[in-house]
Every structure is written in structure tokens, then in C-alpha cells.
Design a protein around this ligand. Structure first.
Ligand SMILES: Cc1cc2nc3c(=O)[nH]c(=O)nc-3n(C[C@H](O)[C@H](O)[C@H](O)COP(=O)(O)OP(=O)(O)OC[C@H]3O[C@@H](n4cnc5c(N)ncnc54)[C@H](O)[C@@H]3O)c2cc1C
Length: 305
């Protein structure tokens, strides 16, 4: 006998494909799919409460820029976060910018530049949402979330809404207290950034420098950005390239010939299984040659067995 459906609102859909919600364009269906759009998250929190009270696993996907979703899909409820409100207030030389967790990070950078708030330029080419960046401590070009985030509002099962100050998140390289949690009974609702004032043209110049660098050094196409974290004192991309794996492919997933730490979905027939097998093959080869165990920067989600 199958369990009865939880009493979700009609906006929660059944058996929806997830590939289009991920940057690698891979992954099977969600049992239940909900797209959060309300900036105040009233409906979203109600949906989460129902799922948690029925013991359903909950998975949150922001931009899907750092997650590999299994071909078999994700059991339970998957929330796609598209709540995008951004606002600010100024006090003296500082600006406090508040962004809903579904806001696109690149749009946030542009919002800040247009108003003369500096500190977020590093993120001009980092895809995904504010929520994903809070969880991952996203960073680039010497900056990261830990530099500018002041606090984040998190909704937790059994706890309600809690403000996490920067220190509570225990940020380190692509790491946060939230990312380390085995359960997913939390939802980042919004983030507040403390930024300085600067002239918009100067901020734009920095953004353009970073964008130009990206265009020169990183491949276009469906990828998840850096697959592995850089090991201490080295670069994952350098090790993979030195192992002569640039261009190596399994099925329609290829180690980018442009940047060896990027694996690109290059065809209609790519699968998440191929993607994962390529990760394992590259990791094994690098360890055999250099004795270095590469640690995943991306996360795998869903049913793999
Ligand atoms: C081309 C490319 C370049 C990239 N370059 C960089 C780079 O320079 N630096 C960098 O740090 N990263 C980079 N990345 C990786 C990615 O952009 C970042 O990790 C980004 O912060 C992920 O955000 P997201 O919204 O897509 O998160 P997702 O991939 O959707 O999710 C990441 C994790 O956060 C969780 N999560 C997301 N939103 C919420 C929420 N609201 N509440 C609770 N949990 C949530 C998810 O469950 C998952 O565990 C790159 C990716 C690509 C494709």
C-alpha cells in the first residue's frame, strides 16, 4: 500500500524532471517539486512544515550550480528557490544589503554596483543564488561570503526562524556549519551583507576585470564549476592537467580542454552516472600518480544506489 500524499497546496507538483534546474543539465525526477517565489516565504515555510511533519526528506536547490543530481532523481520534496527580492539601507559609510536567498548572486553584484556599494565584485561570474552561496561560502578572486556577509536568516525544523551571525556559520574554504550538516532540515531565507561605499565606475572596472579573466580561463557550457577543492598549496586543475586528463571523457561528459577542474556536459546523451564515473576516474588517476586525494567541492544529491 502506498503512503497517502501529504496535504500540499496544488503548487507542489509530482514527478517533475530536475535536469533543467541544474547547471550541468543532468538529473532525474523529484517525487514532489515546489518552486518558491514568494519573497516573504509564507507559502514556502508552510510547504516545508508539511513535508517535515510527514517525515519527507527535503532538498533545496538554488541555482543548481554546485550539485550533481542522480539519474534516479530525488526522493521526497525538492524546493527550487526563486524568491529574488533585494533591498538596502545605508548608515554612514556602510550599506546593509538584504537579499532573499533565491536572488541570483550575479544580479546582487549588479544591484550593489549600480548603487555604489563595494565588496561583492568577486561574485560577478559565480552562478547560483544567495542561499547556495551562504551554504557553500562561495568565493573567487580573493573574496568570499565570509568577507561581507553579516548575518543570515535560517528556518529550521522544530526551531523556526533564527538569525545566524557570521561567526555562527564557522566559515572556512568552501565550508560552512550548514554545509556540514547531514540532515537538510533547514532553509536559508535571506542574507544581509555589510558593504562600503565606492564610486560605481570603479566597482564596474573591478567586475569587468574579473569577468574578462573568467572568459579567458573557464569553459562555456553546462558544467558545475570546479569539481574538486584545491588541495593545500596546489591546484586541483593543475594536478588533473599534469595527469594528462584534459579532454578525457566518459560518454558525453568531458574534462574541459580549457580548465581541467571543470567537467562539461557536451551532448544530448550525458548522464549523471557518466558525470560521477568521470569524477571517480579522475580522482583515482590523480591519486595513483601524485598520491593526492582530491576532495569534492560539488555535492551529489538524490538516489545513487
Ligand atoms: C561555471 C561555474 C563557475 C563557478 N565558479 C565558482 C567560483 O568561482 N566560486 C565558487 O565558490 N563557486 C563557483 N561555482 C559553484 C557555484 O556557483 C557556487 O557553489 C554557488 O554558490 C552555488 O549556488 P547555488 O544557488 O547554485 O547552489 P546549489 O548548487 O543549488 O546548492 C548548493 C548547496 O546549497 C544548498 N542550498 C542552496 N540554497 C539553499 C537554501 N536557500 N537553503 C538551504 N540550503 C540551500 C543546497 O541544498 C546544496 O547543498 C561555479 C559554478 C559554475 C557552474
Amino acid at each position: 500500500m502506498t503512503a497517502p500524499d501529504p496535504p500540499f497546496p496544488e503548487q507542489v507538483l509530482r514527478h517533475q524532471p530536475l535536469a533543467r534546474f541544474t547547471a550541468a543539465r543532468l538529473g532525474g525526477p523529484a517525487d514532489y517539486l515546489y518552486i518558491a517565489k514568494d519573497p516573504g516565504f509564507h507559502e514556502t515555510l508552510a510547504v516545508l512544515r508539511i513535508a517535515w511533519s510527514y517525515g519527507l526528506p527535503v532538498t533545496v536547490i538554488g541555482g543548481g550550480a554546485n550539485v550533481l543530481v542522480a539519474d534516479k532523481g530525488i526522493r521526497g520534496l525538492t524546493v527550487i528557490n526563486r524568491a529574488t527580492q533585494i533591498s538596502h539601507e545605508t548608515c554612514g559609510e556602510d550599506a546593509l544589503v538584504s537579499a532573499s536567498s533565491g536572488a541570483n548572486l550575479i544580479r546582487l553584484v549588479r544591484y550593489c554596483q549600480e548603487r555604489g556599494f563595494t565588496g561583492m565584485e568577486w561574485a560577478i561570474a559565480v552562478p547560483g543564488t544567495v542561499g547556495g552561496a551562504v551554504v557553500n561560502n562561495a568565493g573567487a578572486h580573493g573574496g568570499d561570503m565570509a568577507n561581507t556577509l553579516r548575518k543570515a536568516l535560517v528556518f529550521e525544523s522544530g526551531q523556526g526562524e533564527t538569525w545566524y551571525d557570521l561567526g555562527d556559520l564557522n566559515y572556512a574554504y568552501r565550508y560552512s556549519e550548514l554545509k556540514a550538516r547531514a540532515d537538510t532540515r533547514f532553509f536559508v531565507m535571506k542574507a544581509v551583507f555589510q558593504l562600503k561605499r565606492a564610486q560605481p565606475p570603479a566597482i564596474l572596472r573591478r567586475m569587468n576585470q574579473f569577468s574578462d579573466y573568467r572568459r579567458r580561463t573557464q569553459p562555456p557550457g553546462a558544467s558545475l564549476g570546479s569539481i574538486f577543492k584545491n588541495p593545500p598549496g596546489d591546484y586541483a586543475g593543475r594536478l588533473i592537467e599534469a595527469a594528462k586528463l584534459k579532454g578525457f571523457r566518459i560518454g558525453d561528459v568531458q574534462v574541459s580542454p580549457v580548465h581541467a577542474n571543470f567537467f562539461v556536459n557536451i551532448g544530448e546523451n550525458a548522464t549523471a552516472d557518466d558525470y560521477y564515473r568521470l569524477i571517480e576516474a579522475v580522482r583515482g588517476r590523480v591519486e595513483d600518480i601524485f598520491g593526492t586525494q582530491l576532495e569534492l567541492e560539488i555535492q551529489t544529491l538524490g538516489e545513487w544506489a
